[in-house]
Design a protein around this ligand. Structure first.
Ligand code: ATP
Ligand code: MN
Length: 480
């Protein structure tokens, strides 16, 4: 007799063997002669049905086995006579571990809306939807590590506390151990950071890229997979204040190699979930379909979740330059009829999410990779193209998500990098170590940042990013 998790007993349990299974009650049906309880432990999508013959012997326990109660069952695995499952556990002993107070337990066996569950994020992992989402989140993370390991990349941990805001990727959270009631000021009345913990201004990182570049200059192929923080007040369904980013950086890779790497990574991860989490995907696909029934026709997706994942795995992505994207958008009916909030008129305009959405969902009906953006809308470290106007940048845009990846070939020429920094008033003094790599055996290299939660959103079909990270942080929300 041994203790098993529900995934093990359902996948590998032997008929007529005795097992101990522990979990939480999802449902119970009680009658005089025979009762059924279904229990889950989150280890897989399926539930285990426990059959209690001679119910009357279990009267007092059955009374307390309400939804959410924790229970330990000792029984024999038998073929199920019911239609919902192949096997079930015939209980010999049922022990209540802890009751779930029925009048107070918020997660009842009915449909709850996501906003309600967000307020109850401490309990939402007990639901089917969040069970599936977080199993898949794990699967994606595992697949990403596996993908890079297969390709001889090294996993690098870059600092979370940094002093540079040089990347300019977003507004930063400050890190300090000042007593906020008496912050030291210098003679001109500015905050005197020399008195702070690190003797300089320090922040939570917005990206590990610059440090990953340093690592790639010694180890060739590296990636980070860590938390990043942005203090922007963007209350959207695609932004978090704390999120996880995957950032590969590869020596000797040019922009075209970078595009291939991004495609391979996305296809590999989607394929891994498709092959290993099919039950969860089926459930989430159906869930999304049901949710969309209540939406206006134009807001519904034109494919199921499963189909959209198959599209990523099986089809190539559209690959265009900014110039082409600009022309398509400028000449689109939508632009001419002034239906974009931000109209496209002058070359160099930044693409807003409405434009990205148009390209992916209306124009191409496919993921789109846009390369070679105008230099003035991209970061200083991106490689300047020969036209002197564009840089070797690339953004990957996904249906329903928009930008999922942003990356580029990096500027490896010391003189060009310096003059870009000068133009943008970025201090050479602060980034001396970054410039050093361009002096000592500089090589072409490329990398990108994949927003991990946006990938989880795509694969799970969850429309709000707050529902794909266990405990989301966003403006005015820091519970749990
Ligand atoms: P966006 O334009 O969508 O705000 P960005 O261009 O500022 O994104 P990058 O600095 O290029 O983002 O970061 C790389 C990737 O990280 C993005 O492609 C996206 O997938 C993800 N990302 C960026 N900001 C956030 C955020 N606040 N929350 C979650 N993911 C994010
Ligand atoms: Mn970007």
């Amino acid at each position: 007799m041994y203790k098993v998790i529900i995934k093990e007993i359902l996948d590998q349990g032997q008929l007529n063997q005795n097992y101990i299974v522990q979990g939480w009650v999802r449902n119970k049906r009680v009658s005089k002669s025979i009762s059924f309880i279904t229990i889950t432990d989150g280890t897989c999508f399926r539930e285990l049905q426990v059959v209690i013959n001679n119910s009357s012997d279990f009267d007092s326990i059955l009374k307390d086995l309400n939804t959410g109660a924790s229970v330990s069952v000792h029984g024999r695995l038998v073929q199920s006579e019911g239609s919902g499952q192949k096997v079930e556990l015939e209980a010999q002993q049922v022990d209540l571990i802890c009751q779930s107070h029925p009048d107070e337990y918020p997660i009842q066996p009915k449909k709850h809306n996501l906003e309600f569950l967000r307020k109850n994020a401490h309990l939402r992992m007990k639901t089917r939807t969040f069970g599936s989402v977080f199993r898949i989140r794990h699967g994606l993370s595992f697949a990403i590590h596996q993908f890079f390991n297969n390709k001889n990349f090294f996993y690098i941990n870059t600092p979370i506390i940094t002093s540079s805001d040089a990347e300019g990727a977003g507004e930063m959270f400050k890190v300090s151990n000042f007593d906020f009631k008496s912050i030291p000021l210098d003679d001109s009345g500015n905050v005197d950071y020399t008195k702070d913990f690190f003797s300089k201004e320090s922040n939570l990182t917005v990206s590990g890229q610059l440090e990953a570049e340093l690592a790639a200059m010694g180890l060739s192929r590296v990636y980070t997979f860590g938390p990043t923080f942005r203090a922007e007040n963007s209350n959207t369904s695609r932004h978090l204040s704390e999120f996880w980013m995957v950032e590969p950086e590869v020596a000797f890779n040019k922009l075209a190699d970078n595009v291939e790497l991004a495609k391979d990574l996305l296809k590999f991860s989607c394929n891994y979930i498709y092959n290993n989490f099919h039950e969860d995907l089926e459930f989430l696909s159906q869930r999304k379909h049901n949710e969309e029934k209540n939406l206006k026709k134009e807001l519904r997706s034109n494919t199921t979740l499963i189909n959209s994942i198959e599209n990523i795995i099986n089809n190539d992505f559209v690959n265009i330059k900014y110039n082409d994207a600009f022309n398509i958008l400028k000449n689109s009916k939508k632009n001419k009829k002034k239906k974009f909030q931000f109209l496209i008129s002058d070359w160099g305009a930044d693409l807003q999410s409405e434009h990205e959405k148009y390209l992916v969902e209306k124009e191409f009906k496919s993921p789109v990779i846009i390369t070679d953006y105008p230099k003035k809308i991209k970061a200083f470290y991106m490689k300047l193209n020969d036209d002197n106007k564009t840089v070797a940048a690339m953004d990957v845009l996904f249906p329903g998500i928009g930008e999922i990846i942003g990356g580029s070939q990096r500027e490896e020429r010391l003189d060009v990098l310096r003059s870009r920094m000068l133009d943008l008033s970025i201090s050479e003094k602060e980034l001396w170590w970054y410039l050093d790599t361009r002096k000592f055996g500089s090589v072409p290299h490329s990398g990108f940042g994949l927003g991990f939660e946006r990938l989880v959103q795509f694969v799970t079909g969850m429309t709000n990013i707050r529902d794909v990270i266990p405990f989301p942080r966003y403006p005015n929300h820091l519970e749990f």
